[in-house]
Structures are given as C-alpha cells and as structure tokens.
Design a binder for this molecule. Structure first.
Ligand code: GBH
Length: 481
C-alpha cells in the first residue's frame, strides 16, 4: 500500500521549527569536570552488567570540550532550532544548594552561541540524569525530589531566563518512572511497581512546580512545554482492545490527564489497585500539576502492538526494555507485547510513519487547543564510515533518509489536516550514548568516530540541511548518491 509520492515539494510554514535534539549525558562527557556531581546514570553505567559493553557517558561525544565546533556544525546544517538538555548535577552537584557557576556558565555559553548563529535555543531541564545524592534519599519516589527540582528550575531560570525561547521541564517521564523504577532497564535500576507509580506522580508534580518557578523568573516571555513519549498502540486478537486500554492508561494517560486536565484516570487507579493505593497524591497536587502549556512535546519512533496474554503460551518480550526481572507495566501482567512484521531499525523497532500522523491527529482531537511539537523522531541503523577518493569521509545512510522523509511527510499530512504542529526535531544531531545500548546504536545525522571524536556529516545530514534551509521536504534525496 505504497502512498503516491507528492508531486510538489511539501513546504512547512516559515516559523516551523526544523531542528535537531540531543541530551546532556548522551553527548557531553566531562563527567567529573568543573564541579559536576555524579548522576544516577554515572552510577548505573559504571555498575557491571547494566549497559552494553560496560559503556558509560564519561567521554561520550566530548561535546563539553567541543562546544564551538559543534555550534558551527549546527549552523552549517542550517538548523532553525536546537533542543538540548541541562545536566542538573553540573548545576547543583548534590541536587540542592547554591549553583555551581562553572556548570551554569557552560549552558550560558551554549545559549549565547546558538543566538549568535540565529538558532533558537530549546532547553530541557531533565533528561534522566538525576543527581545521585537525591537518589540516595529515594529519588523520584521521594516527594522532596519534586521540590528540589522546582528549586533547580528557579536557579536555572534566574540565569538563562532572559534568553531561552522554549523551556521543557521533563523528557519522557514514562522512561524515568517505569524503566527507572519498574523494569530496571534504566537508572537507577529499581524493579518495584509501586515505586514506579509513586515516581510518576512526583515527576508530574515536579513538572508543575518547575513551570511556576520558571514563569516567576523568566523575562523574555518564553514558551513552556513538557515532552512525552507516546505509545501508539494497536490491539491484536480477542481482548486486544482491553490490552490497548490498559497500556494507554499507563503509558500515555498517566501523564496527559494530570498534566493537561488535572486528574488521574479512574481506570488507571483501578488497574493498579493491587500495586498501590495512590496515597502519595496529596490535596492540591493536581492543581499544581495542571499548568497551561504553550507546547506539548511529542517523541515518536514506532508503534506498539499488544494483546491479552492467555497465561499459557510462552511470553514474547517487549524489545524496548531489557528483562531485568521487573515490569515497566505495573498491574498489567496479562498484557503481551507482540513483535510486528515488516521493516525494522537497528533497535528492532518497526518503521510505521502512519503511526505519527495518527498520533498527531488523535492528540489534536483530544486536546484541540494544544499546540504540538515533535521533539524527537529518528532511527538507528548500522552506519559505515567510508573514504572518498579525495580522502574525505562519508556515511551513506539511505535508510535513515527514507525514514526521516517518510515521517516528515506524515507530519506534513497532519499539518494539512489542521493539527497545530509547530516544529520537528530530528533525534539526533550526532551519534551518542544510547543509554542501556551504550555506543552500539547510532541515531545521529552526524557520525562520531569515538576514537578521534571526528564528526562526519552522514548523507542524512546533507538531506536534512536541504530541508532546514529550504523549508521543504526534498522529494527524493538530491545531491547525494
Ligand atoms: C528517546 O527514548 C530518548 O529521549 C532519547 O534519549 C533516546 O536516545 C532516543 O529516544 C532513542 O532511543 O513499550 O516497553 O517496549 C525513547 C525511548 C524507546 C521508550 C521505545 C519506549 C518502548 C518501550 N522509547 N520504548 S516498550
């Protein structure tokens, strides 16, 4: 059922943000420099058996030492915006107390460097690197962590709140809560369903408190947002609908409903009643959590197929997380994740651009006045560095060009259908530390040689540059072979 190629190049509005995204722990390195404290990802990645090959973010893409070079790289790609995250432990090494000036200075130089080059800064406060000292007192299972986060937000806002155009509080709180405290596939590696649900609430609370703190100190009238990783679900077989309802409650509605409507879904509370009584939700919390948002950030990679498990047939594992003995789905032991047929990326994730269009249309229907932005979309493939006859380097990644072109085309269809979509950020600007998968997976449009730290534009970067510069989706890869 191949769609017909559009005849005219598809154009995005002139203010549509065409950018790229990264996260602090995945690219910066310099893990012990300039007063940075340890985060839960330092501890986790240094624990034997937790990451592929024992890889850590100690050096990563060495971005901390290559800031100017990387800013020039972004400018050379014609990026209109850049989404990055701040490492909380660079700013407050123990998660509390006075700011470390060197940590703040790095991000201040980053923001200035972007503005100098005409690139819009989009800052995420939290992309999973909790200060270890806060984990030592319970991490996201401790309500006090939400208040510490609000204090951190204010500290950052007081320094960068005159220049950052778009603030995002949290990146994918689903991962922080359910992979960090439920399945254990992410730091801090706990495997406790009740802890995961407690973390959900404290992350939501942290978001609401942080938005209020930023609003109180920002002086340039910025936009406020949160980024969620939506699970676009397909049901299979008898009971498929029930499986979808359960996973939708845990994966999607445990965030959208409190954040955008001010309540937790009743079915979520009932599904998880054997795991927790939800006593961690205190009077007034939902008012704090439910803050008006200028943008809802959407991360999309693939669709997920689920069915009800018959309890007899051997279970298939969800490939999105490692089996660490815990489940990222508390209260849903009867749901099974089904591997889909068809093309996959190197992550084993299925390629389904229609899922992105569906998701955007669905969010627009459920939250009609909520502007949306795609804060991550991209793919890992097995890239190979090759040498041209003139001695320069190249990476031919036609699968990635095809993936990006098809997802941008799907996003464009949603835009044409009336979805208020404000931008698209490719994950990722450059190859980086892919969490539990270490350096074995490459998501960048720019290749990083981890021996030399040399950056090489992949063909997808050349293609993306044409998109960013012209504002139109190049109908077929041009200028690359
Ligand atoms: C994003 O996470 C991250 O923000 C980014 O840091 C990361 O590098 C990038 O994507 C690529 O992975 O339903 O249990 O099978 C995406 C994480 C991966 C979370 C797929 C949901 C399915 C889990 N998502 N996963 S499951």
């Amino acid at each position: 059922t191949a769609r017909q190629e559009p005849v005219e190049p598809l154009s995005f509005p002139s203010h549509f943000l065409l950018g790229s995204a990264t996260a602090a722990y995945q690219i910066e390195g310099a893990a012990t420099e300039d007063g940075r404290g340890p985060s839960i990802w330092d501890t986790y990645s240094h624990t034997p058996g937790k990451t592929w090959n024992g890889d850590t973010g100690d050096i990563a893409a060495d971005h901390y030492h290559r800031l100017e070079e990387d800013l020039d790289l972004m400018a050379s790609l014609g990026l209109r915006a850049y989404r990055f995250s701040l490492a909380w432990p660079r700013i407050q090494p123990t998660g509390r107390g006075p700011a470390n000036p060197k940590g703040l200075d790095f991000y201040s130089r980053l923001v200035d460097g972007l503005l100098d080059r005409g690139i819009i800064p989009v800052a995420t406060l939290y992309h999973w690197d909790l200060p270890q000292a806060l984990e030592d007192t319970g991490g996201w299972t401790n309500r006090a962590t939400a208040y510490a986060f609000a204090d951190y937000a204010r500290t950052v806002g007081e320094v960068l709140g005159d220049r950052v155009a778009i603030w995002t509080t949290l990146n994918e709180p689903w991962c922080s809560a359910y992979l960090g405290y439920g399945s254990g596939a992410h730091a801090p590696g706990r495997t406790d369903g009740a802890a995961a649900l407690t973390a959900v609430h404290h992350l939501n609370l942290a978001h609401g408190l942080a938005v209020q703190q930023l609003r109180a100190v920002a002086t340039n009238d910025p936009q406020y947002s949160v980024t969620l990783n939506f699970h676009v679900l397909r049901g299979k077989g008898d009971g498929g609908e029930e499986a979808v309802r359960r996973i939708d409650a845990l994966a999607n509605r445990s965030f959208t409903e409190p954040l955008l409507r001010g309540h937790y879904p009743q079915d979520l509370i009932e599904d998880t009643a054997a795991v927790t009584d939800w006593a961690f939700v205190e009077d007034g919390d939902l008012t704090q959590i439910h803050q008006p948002l200028d943008l809802l950030g959407v991360n999309y990679y693939a669709t997920t197929t689920v069915r009800l498990w018959d309890g007899v047939t051997p279970r298939q594992n969800s490939d999105g997380h490692k089996d660490m003995g815990g489940s990222p789905w508390p209260g849903s032991a009867h749901v099974e994740f089904v591997q889909q047929d068809g093309p996959h990326t190197a992550m084993g994730w299925n390629i389904d651009p229609d899922g992105l269009e569906e998701l955007l249309l669905d969010l627009h229907t459920r939250f009609p006045n909520q502007p949306l932005v795609i804060t991550e979309n991209g793919a890992a493939f097995d890239d190979h560095l090759s040498t041209r006859s003139d001695g320069t380097y190249a990476v031919h990644d036609p699968e990635r060009v095809d993936y990006l072109r098809r997802h941008l085309t799907a996003a464009h269809r949603a835009l044409v259908s009336g979805v208020d979509l404000r931008g698209y950020f490719v994950w990722s600007l450059m190859d980086n530390f892919e969490w539990g998968y270490g350096y074995s997976k490459r998501f960048g449009i720019v290749h990083v040689d981890y021996e030399t730290q040399r950056r090489t534009l992949k063909d997808s970067a050349l293609w993306y540059r044409e998109l960013a510069v012209t504002g139109s989706i190049p109908p077929l890869p041009t200028g690359i072979r």
